[in-house]
Design a protein around this ligand. Structure first.
Ligand SMILES: Nc1ncnc2c1ncn2[C@@H]1O[C@H](COP(=O)(O)OP(=O)(O)OP(=O)(O)O)[C@@H](O)[C@H]1O
Ligand SMILES: [Mg+2]
Length: 376
């Protein structure tokens, strides 16, 4: 049986494992702590630090192919695995380009793709100077290891710089600054590129973030055909610019004048693609596996006029109750996914709900109602 190794054992690895089982594949999960959402689904769970060479070797020995559920893997280690003859997808080179937001933006800009003005900064003074050039507000971002907005701060004046600098550079990480984009809406596109050379695009969707965390995804986005085509082309070009293999999430900003900018790439399944499980002919997870194996890709079309996904975010801190779903299960048409996380934290992604419909409004009402009724 073909074994796919995954760096990470969270919900993305869990849903990848579910898709792997359906294709007759097995996964090997390498996660820092035991009893992860994905680790529970396989007998092959390696627990410990990814940086531990002995554990990494033990992991690699069990896998025919290695992939990842987050980009916080040392690209040098991935390159070492490739040098030993392991297939790593996405490649070490692609992960290296994407995992540093500055290097990623430089690559996208060098490929002639539209991004917000950005600059590397070494001191708080550099931030003020960049903001004078770009105009306030600006975003200060940690170049690495940011997620769900934890690595970002919006700065409205020079007075905001010291505290944000302190918070984001704690631990010695490098920072960058970006012009604030007055977007009309945020879009996302999942792009899949196979090791065999084929590529496919999922529909352009609209994402709604609250406090920097994705809350709602609407498929398709409520934009005109010209802007949708521009977003789709830009997303495909962005993944080609880093020579991505497997599934990539591309986050975009749509401006009122019709222009579209790339915000960032994720070299893996993405929250904005969860709707594909029920909403599309082939899910992002299945297509990722097909792509990294060099198998024929599945169709990416919507199976319904509209699909809406709503994240289930923790509303308390403490152990997850066993009966959290009782009320939500009564909502007809709601496809509810819980990730089996033992602990709830405020704002933590605990699961998601997808609803399909004839219209976005109809699907959204169902998904929101069910997500609201989940007691987590
Ligand atoms: N230059 C910008 N202008 C305006 N808003 C921005 C900008 N950059 C980021 N944001 C807002 O902050 C959100 C999170 O930013 P970004 O995607 O860079 O961070 P992240 O922590 O990697 O996010 P995630 O893991 O949720 O994708 C964006 O979805 C957007 O709402
Ligand atoms: Mg993002």
């Amino acid at each position: 049986m073909t074994r796919i190794g995954i760096f990470g054992g969270g919900q993305l690895a869990q849903m990848l494992t579910q898709a792997a089982i359906g294709l007759g594949l097995e996964t090997v999960i390498f996660e820092r702590t035991p009893d992860s959402p994905a680790g529970r689904l396989t007998q092959r769970e390696i627990v410990g630090a990814w940086e531990d060479p002995a554990l990494a070797a033990q992991f690699a020995a069990q896998c025919d192919l290695i992939t990842l559920e987050n980009e916080f893997v040392d690209a040098g280690m991935l390159a070492a695995l490739e040098a030993q003859g392991k297939i790593v997808a996405p490649t070490a080179a692609a992960v290296g380009l994407v995992q540093d937001k500055l290097v990623q933006k430089q690559r996208l800009a060098a490929a002639g793709l539209a991004v917000a003005p950005f600059q590397a900064v070494a001191t708080p003074d550099d931030v003020v100077q960049a903001a004078c050039a770009f105009g306030w507000p600006v975003l200060l971002k940690a170049r690495r290891n940011g997620y769900d907005g934890y690595g970002n701060a919006t700065l409205h004046s020079a007075a905001d710089v010291p505290a944000a600098w302190e918070r984001l550079s704690r631990g010695g990480g490098l920072l960058m600054v970006e012009a604030f984009v007055p977007f009309e809406r945020e879009l996302a596109v999942m792009i899949v590129r196979s090791r065999a050379g084929a590529a496919a695009r999922y529909p352009v969707v609209e994402t709604v973030q609250e406090q920097h965390i994705c809350r709602i995804v609407r498929a398709p986005a409520r934009i005109g055909p010209a802007q949708a085509a521009a977003a789709s082309d830009l997303a495909a070009a962005a993944v080609a610019a880093v020579d991505g293999t497997g599934i990539f999430g591309v986050e975009l900003f749509a401006l009122a004048d019709g222009r579209v900018l790339v915000n960032e790439l994720a070299p893996r399944p993405h929250n904005s693609g969860h709707y594909t499980i029920e909403g599309c002919v082939t899910s992002q997870f299945e297509n990722h596996l097909r792509a990294v194996l060099g198998w024929p890709l599945g169709q990416t079309d919507l199976r319904t006029p509209a699909a809406v996904m709503v994240n289930i975010l923790g509303r308390r801190n403490g152990p997850a109750p066993a009966d959290a779903l009782q009320a939500a299960l009564a909502v007809p048409g709601a496809h509810i996914h819980l990730y089996g996380k033992r602990e709830v934290r405020i704002g933590r992604k605990m699961g998601h709900v997808t609803a399909l419909g004839a219209t976005l409004a109809e699907a959204e009402a169902v998904a929101l109602r069910a997500a609201e009724l989940v007691d987590l």
